[in-house]
Design a protein around this ligand. Structure first.
Ligand code: FUC
Length: 746
């Protein structure tokens, strides 16, 4: 069996990172697959602490001005001190889990042939086993069209079970007719940070948070008994539980309590009207496959009859392990389709799946790489519509970001910093300037908008959505540029989340950072391109060009490496997980092996100095870097490192990245970005496109002798299929590629 579309296990999950995820963009569940005690850990992507508020810091523009003047004079430590003391604002809000559906099955007899699985070709998860002579089959799937998650239990003989729901949030569960409800409320303020551990919930209406109603409707051929908030079923051979949930979240700018959305009627109506006919499952599968089956990858993997956890452990030893590589690539696409759909929230640090109210880094949107990374594979694997939540978030962030530009800097345009939340936090959080003071995310996020245009050629989108947002982000950078000796740059500059040694101490703030300048360079260049395409804003484009011409050029250090800051300062942590100064190589296309070979070489040296090891997402980024440097063998080495089995779930910053038994990426802890960097990296090894050129197999490793990939997208809305044998392309097709130069790299 090839198994490049199937995860399966021979025992139930005993940890959350062994459970299997399903989702419809908004609702998520992690399925443990217990024989007698089954747990579905549930999420809804609008369950966050907090409410909209002004997070800006009084007097911040003055502090910024002071810090800027100090940094220009080389007084970096002093500049950093002012930023941390007088410029930063409050921490982000946190993503919260909904609760657990706990199902208790009465199962008698010896358990045989246990198997739980997730079929990526259908997005259906199953638990199957025999107990005595009774055959049990349980199925779980999420339905985007139905706005629900369905659990279907079948047994060859009549059997009994009960279910209830619990939650760490302030909530009540109760039964009404055939439906179990969970009604509750999120904290009005981040319960973990902001020093208010005992004041998670408030009585004052203006301080209250998001409320929700979740419902679990039972449809069964058995007898039903209600016992308090436990639903009991006897003598059933076929039962279904239909789960849905709505919240009072009424948009990022509206108070969720005072001005909240009506949520309960929708839940009650949806469940009351739900008819479980044959179409329910097939509609969900069809809808999912409509996106999933657009592309396929065949690396001639041998496949394996081993369960997925064992297969991961055996990976290094296996002779032909390409099957697992294909599986994890398909899995990443599966996760994106399950966690980001039109109308949903964008994927946070954990996508939509989180079981802790104190999730690592609040499971927020960390936008100094992580959120963007989540969306790297969306366009080239032909899933453009999954970008809708991200695009919507950027539009909303531009609103809060306009306030942040004004109130924090006294500047025009809009800006966001390194953390965003449901309320579109745009101001810098508090803490070390190393991470808190960084205003590159507004620019970085805008690359996704222009990419969306370049891939789809949707001119209306460029005109009405992308360009106005890009222009606003560019206006901010233009407005805060410093000029010195004929050069223009963004001062002070930090580089996520790295320090250098200055005057004998760790320092985060330089005159400028290479990354921030690359982001501004790319944004300005894209704005100029867009203004030409749209025949608009000639003067603004000229101003951008004039400024761009004064940007400092890229500099290399004593060992030929690309410098991360304005000077060749000693790195504090040479193996740091972020490689921010290589933004120009990936995700941007400013540095390329054919266009700027010397700088590409400097990037290579930088990667050597940094070393391969890192957190899961750091390994994933390095796959993409080596793909852009046309080094397939090195990229494959990083892929293999990313597939190292990991069990630990505590935060580890250095080495230790890998993959959990359920194939979630391990930072550690679980962080979903690595799954997507992996998909994007492999895709970049096979296909790249820029500046009117389409590169076929630019970074094919020797070990991928023969194979094929179908349905990938290149810029220009070109659909590409490639087949290769013995390392040489034997056929390819590129639909819709008039005007593009196709370069066969093999
Ligand atoms: C940044 C990274 C960490 C982690 C966190 C969510 O702080 O440096 O490794 O990914 O975001």
């Amino acid at each position: 069996m090839k198994n490049s579309e199937l995860l399966f296990y021979t025992s139930p999950a005993s940890a959350w990172t062994q459970a299997l995820p399903i989702g419809n963009g908004t609702l998520g569940a992690m399925i443990y697959g217990g024989v007698k005690d089954e747990t579905l850990a549930l999420n809804h992507d609008e369950l966050w602490t907090g409410r909209p508020k002004d997070t800006s810091r009084k007097g911040a523009p003055k502090a910024f001005e002071k810090a800027r003047k100090l940094a220009l004079k080389g007084k970096f430590h002093e500049a950093q001190e002012i930023i941390e003391k007088d410029f930063e604002s409050v921490w982000s809000q946190a993503y919260l889990p909904l609760g657990n559906l706990k199902i208790n099955f009465r199962v008698r007899g010896k358990i045989k042939d246990y198997r739980r699985s997730l079929d990526l070709s259908t997005a259906v998860s199953a638990v199957e086993f025999k107990a005595g002579d009774t055959v049990y089959k349980r199925e779980y799937f999420a339905s985007y069209p139905e706005k629900a998650i369905c659990a279907v239990f079948r047994s060859s003989k009549a059997s009994d079970f009960s279910f209830r729901v619990d939650s760490v949030l302030r909530s009540d569960s109760f039964i009404d007719g055939d439906t179990l409800f969970l009604e509750g409320e999120c904290h009005g303020e981040n319960a973990v940070n902001n020093n208010c551990p005992n004041k998670h919930y408030f009585d004052e209406p203006e301080m209250r948070g998001i409320r929700f109603l979740a419902g679990f409707r039972l449809i069964t051929d058995g007898d039903v008994r209600r016992e308090g908030n436990i639903m009991r079923v006897c003598g059933a051979t076929e039962s279904k539980i239909i789960f849905t949930c709505e919240t009072s979240f009424n948009g990022f700018s509206k108070h969720p309590y005072l001005d909240g959305k009506e949520y309960a009627p929708a839940v009650r109506k949806r469940l009351a009207e739900f008819v479980y006919d044959d179409g329910v499952r097939s509609r969900a599968v069809e809808d999912y496959r409509g996106i999933y089956s657009r592309v396929s990858l065949d690396l001639k993997g041998k496949g394996s009859s081993l369960p997925t956890d064992k297969r991961l452990i055996e990976f290094k030893k296996a002779k032909n392990n390409n099957g697992l590589i294909e599986l994890v690539w398909n899995y990443g696409r599966y996760l994106a389709i399950s966690a980001s759909r039109p109308g949903s929230q964008p994927m946070n640090l954990q996508g939509i799946w989180s079981d802790r109210y104190d999730a690592p880094w609040n499971a927020n949107y960390t936008v100094n790489i992580n959120t963007e990374m989540n969306y790297w594979p969306v366009l080239n694997t032909n899933m453009a519509e999954l970008n809708e939540p991200l695009v919507r978030m950027i539009s909303e962030l531009a609103e809060t970001g306009r306030e942040a530009a004004k109130k924090q800097y006294g500047a025009q345009g809009w800006v966001s910093h390194h953390n965003v939340d449901l309320w579109r936090l745009a101001t810098p959080v508090s803490g070390s300037a190393t991470w808190a003071f960084w205003h590159g995310s507004s620019g970085w996020l805008c690359r996704h908008l222009f990419d969306q245009y370049e891939y789809t050629l949707d001119r209306k989108f460029l005109k009405e959505t992308a360009y106005p947002l890009m222009k606003g982000a560019a206006e901010f950078y233009l407005d805060i540029m410093s000029e010195e000796n004929g050069e223009m740059f963004l001062c002070p500059g930090t580089s996520p989340e790295n320090d250098f040694t200055y005057e004998g101490r760790d320092c985060a703030v330089g005159k400028y950072s290479t990354m921030s300048m690359s982001i501004a360079r790319e944004l300005f260049t894209n704005c100029i391109k867009a203004s030409k395409i749209l025949r608009t804003d000639k003067e603004f484009a000229a101003k951008l060009k004039e400024t761009l011409d004064k940007f400092p050029s890229y500099k290399t250090g004593s060992e030929g490496q690309l410098l991360e800051f304005d000077g060749d300062y000693p790195e504090t942590e040479i193996h740091h997980r972020h490689v921010s100064h290589l933004y120009a190589l990936h995700p941007a296309n400013i540095i390329t092996p054919d266009g700027t070979p010397e700088l590409a070489d400097a990037c290579r040296k930088t990667l050597e100095r940094r070393g391969d090891n890192g957190t899961g997402w750091s390994l994933g980024w390095k796959i993409n870097f080596h793909a852009r440097l046309n080094d397939g063998n090195r990229a494959l080495k990083l892929i293999e490192m990313q597939l190292r089995p990991v069990r630990s779930t505590g935060v580890r910053y250095g080495r230790g990245g890998g993959t959990y038994e359920n194939l979630f990426d391990a930072h550690p802890p679980f962080q979903i970005d690595g799954n997507f960097a992996y998909v994007s990296g492999i895709t970049e090894m096979l296909l790249q496109s820029r500046d009117g050129k389409i590169y076929l197999l630019p970074a094919l490793p020797d070990a991928w002798k023969s194979g094929s990939v179908k349905g990938l997208k290149a810029k220009g809305n070109v659909t590409v299929d490639i087949e290769w044998k013995n390392g040489k392309i034997v056929s390819y097709s590129a639909d819709n590629a008039d005007g593009y130069e196709i370069i066969k790299c093999r």
